[in-house]
Design a protein around this ligand. Sequence first.
Ligand SMILES: Nc1ncnc2c1ncn2[C@@H]1O[C@H](COP(=O)(O)OP(=O)(O)OP(=O)(O)O)[C@@H](O)[C@H]1O
Ligand SMILES: [Mg+2]
Length: 482
Amino acid sequence: MTLPAFGHLAADRGIRVAEPIGRIVSIDKGRHLIVGQREGKGKTSDLVLIGKCLEHSKVADRYDWNVWLDTSFPHVVFIAGTRGSGKSFDIGVLVEGLLLPPSSNVRTDGPAPAVVLFDLQNQFWTLARAPDADLEEDRNHVKGLDAWGLKPGRLDAVRLFIPPADPKLIGSEQELAIATTDLTVDDLCSFWSLDRYTPQGNLLAMAWQKVAQTGYVATGNGPNREGGPRQVDPSESFELGDIIACLSTDQEIQETIASQVIDALRWRVQSLERVGIFRATGLPVRDLISEGKATILLLRSLDDPTKALISGLLLRKIYTVMGDHHTRRRALRRLKRPQDGKDSLPNRVWAVVDEAHVVCPTDRDSPATRSVTEYVKRGRDAGLSLVLATQQPSAIDSKVLSQVDLALIHRLTFEGDISAALARIPSYLPGRYTIGTSQKEPRAIIRLLESGEAVLGDSQADRAFIVQVRPRLTAHGGSEPR
Ligand SMILES: Nc1ncnc2c1ncn2[C@@H]1O[C@H](COP(=O)(O)OP(=O)(O)OP(=O)(O)O)[C@@H](O)[C@H]1O
Ligand SMILES: [Mg+2]
């Protein structure tokens, strides 16, 4: 298909690089660059418009060329930048590009994936709204769309989930409920920074096993042990309250474990129970991932470890379900049997985590780091992409970042963050830039970028280049308060 035409960059920043962007897929007619394309070089399906090339080079100048991302292969996208540099905006650009119809011009044809967005600041519900020229904060936004020849848009298929204790923001949010049985003892140990082999860690494993697998004998719980002893059978769908009951009444625990240890663990379990998300039955993960739909988890009210616990757990469920789905598809293909669509799952999932340093930090053991690492490792086989955005590139676990194949680095100011971000650009960075008449090193350029401008590094291209990210078609929920 012929790719659409757009308006032009408004102001030339006069950024120049001596060497051209050599090895990159380009379509001269209409002036398009395609990043992230591993196979079928030059194919035009499954593309999402990212923005335009903002730099000049002496030969083969690509200034103002449209930059598209091929989304037919799984990607690990890393977005870094200081406050207000455009990270959340990029996430909006990517998500709407994955899900809007091709008539929006920001996406070409091809099956839409499912998107699951871990929204740690409750700002992405606006994907379901078009920018509104009557609102002061949206006025420039609408003008920017006009300049690019784009029309405002909104996503129809957005589902919002919110912790049960939170007041609803929009009214259409559903309660976020996760089955307690989806938690593991290891999840909870890292959530509470407990070594599994400490008295509390050991007691947790013991109680979990009794409630889930073996059952136990409960003493009565009154001062004279009224009502006991009685047998409590194991359960396939239990609640945190059942773990608390086991800690309080199991005969063996009462007789062999020090009461301070029991109390300390019980208080921990009780405080997690009060969050209200972990239930006897939870939302099936299949309900969170459906083709062409965005699921947005509004997690702002939770503390950081709980955000990480929930994100890690859901990512694990997604890679397990999607891994099984693709194993089955591959087997049917090899056996030359028709794909029966029995499991009604999408073939591709994009998980998106804004403020990713909360979910997989370098400095502490987060329950999610293992899941995120595993998600990324299995991604290629299971059709899984991941987008991670952060203000602190040095604060994200390096096991995760070593898998990045596409980076968008916005303005950064601190030396440590610049070094950490540059180390994660999966392609060569030019040694020298010129702006106007002055020569700048890449580090200086990163300090000078304006909101919405970024260095784009793609493992498929021979060097990184500077882009202007396109305007969003949907409303941006992250603007400053008025
Ligand atoms: N591509 C863009 N085009 C036009 N304006 C943009 C673009 N990207 C960002 N902006 C402007 O910059 C503002 C801040 O962007 P954004 O909310 O994405 O910042 P952020 O990097 O996520 O910051 P924080 O770390 O504080 O969350 C936006 O409200 C918008 O006005
Ligand atoms: Mg943001």
